[in-house]
Ligand binder design. Structure first.
Ligand SMILES: [Zn+2]
Ligand SMILES: [Zn+2]
Length: 431
């Protein structure tokens, strides 16, 4: 499966380049030989200039670095993880072992945290991020304009052929020409429609300053609020921790114009939004973001999610002599944390032992009926299927987090993080 993905991602850029070449250049060959209405000089210029814009923007969407964590960020907050556990938030990346800045996500393909990650685009084999979004937007824009223009030229020729269909065939286009025109029309129309829809969605997300992943998070939050409403305002997290869930406003919608400016890399130069050679956003930006302040400053995005937080520290076995419960100094605490992580890394992790929290509804359906609360074993309930836990929650469009290229193992809690000893203890307790 991995090998398959690898091959597909390697073929994406050549395939897209081939399609651009087929549409932009073989179409000109067709027009050149189409005697009834050859390409005018202006039309020829327009096609080639638009094709050049598409090439430049596509190349930059593919090869501009989507950004990487500031190495200084690693030392920022070791205690962040513990703070997050109590509030049901997760801002610690356990792959990068670093503080995850707001709006960043860990990309499974790029193998690092990407600032303001929108999604990992399979067609550019690159992440759409704070730094690459403007290039990606221009690529979609010029593709829609360029292919829309080509579409009108192709239909003009097609309508000429249709009107002259009663003429003797030797006066009209040859069969290969007709087939070529048909192929161009089909390829151009289908691709144009697909990219046009993607452009509309992208502009929509610019207007509200939401990334594709954040739109998913907004829907996820609405679901959690609905669930919590039924359960008295709280949802249970790993280790039985109770997380308070309340409706939270999306913080990055800062007004229509500001939203667009921000999406275009904080550039207010409207001309540069459409200029294929516009510079990549300033590399110093992209780590903190202006908010609309509808919420209390202590409230962060994404909202608390009991399935996306690490297991609380209390659930780790306390008998480990290497992990004192209180620390003499901050330095000791950091060292203990590092030791714990190193031990975690050394622990053998056969894939089959990875267990996920069950889907929310299944946690209730499949639990045996205990006669009283005392009989119910403590702790959360887990799924045995590593692929079908709560991380497989999908939004209205049927997308789960990994569909955007996000590393779900980072974003969703899994039981693999619990030391084996504790697992055995829990299981013994349950039997
Ligand atoms: Zn990361
Ligand atoms: Zn990526």
């Amino acid at each position: 499966m991995l090998a398959e993905d690898f091959e597909i991602s390697r073929l994406a850029i050549p395939a897209v380049s081939l399609l651009i070449s087929f549409l932009a250049y073989t179409s000109q060959y067709f027009f050149y030989n189409f005697k009834a209405a050859p390409l005018t000089l202006d039309e020829g210029w327009a096609i080639n200039v638009l094709a050049l814009c598409i090439w430049v923007c596509y190349f930059r969407s593919c090869f501009v670095d989507p950004g990487r964590l500031d190495p200084k960020g690693k030392s920022v907050v070791h205690s962040q993880q513990e703070k997050d556990q109590s509030t049901g938030r997760q801002r610690w990346c356990r792959r990068c072992e670093a503080y995850k800045p707001p709006r960043a996500h860990h990309c499974k393909t790029c193998k690092r945290c990407i600032p303001r990650m929108d999604h990992h685009c399979p067609w550019t084999a690159n992440c759409v991020s704070y730094f690459t979004f403007p290039h990606f937007f221009r690529f979609l824009f010029y593709t829609v304009v360029g292919m829309g223009y080509l579409e009108t030229l192709l239909w003009q020729r097609a309508s000429i052929i249709w009107h002259e269909r009663d003429m003797p065939s030797y006066l009209g286009p040859s069969v290969p020409q007709l087939v070529h025109l048909l192929l161009l029309l089909v390829a151009n129309t289908v691709t144009w429609l697909g990219i046009f829809i993607l452009l509309i969605r992208t502009v929509w997300s610019m207007l509200f300053n939401t990334t594709t992943i954040e739109s998913w998070e907004i829907e996820r939050h609405e679901t959690l609020v609905r669930r919590a409403r039924v359960l008295g305002g709280f949802l249970e997290g790993p280790g039985g921790v109770k997380i308070r869930i309340r409706k939270q406003e999306y913080p990055y919608d800062i007004g229509l114009f500001s939203n667009i400016v921000h999406s275009m890399g904080d550039s207010i130069n409207i001309f540069s939004w459409f200029w294929p050679f516009a510079s990549t956003p300033d590399r110093r930006n992209g780590w903190s973001f202006e908010t609309n302040e509808f919420e209390d400053p202590s409230v962060t995005w994404p909202p608390p999610d009991p399935d996306r937080i690490p297991i609380p520290k209390d659930s780790f076995p306390v008998h480990d002599p290497d992990i004192p419960i209180s620390y003499a100094s901050a330095r000791d605490q950091v060292e203990a944390f590092d030791r714990r992580q190193a031990a975690d890394m050394d622990r053998p992790r056969p894939y089959s032992t990875v267990q996920r929290r069950k889907r929310f509804h299944e946690r209730f359906q499949e639990e045996p009926n205990y006669e009283s609360d005392e009989e119910r074993p403590p702790g959360p309930v887990y799924s045995n299927d590593p692929d079908e836990g709560e991380e497989s929650w999908r939004n209205a469009e049927g997308e789960r987090l990994r569909d955007f290229g996000v590393d779900e193992d980072v974003e969703f809690y899994d039981e693999d993080d619990v030391p084996l000893g504790l697992l055995m203890e829990q299981r013994r307790g349950r039997q």
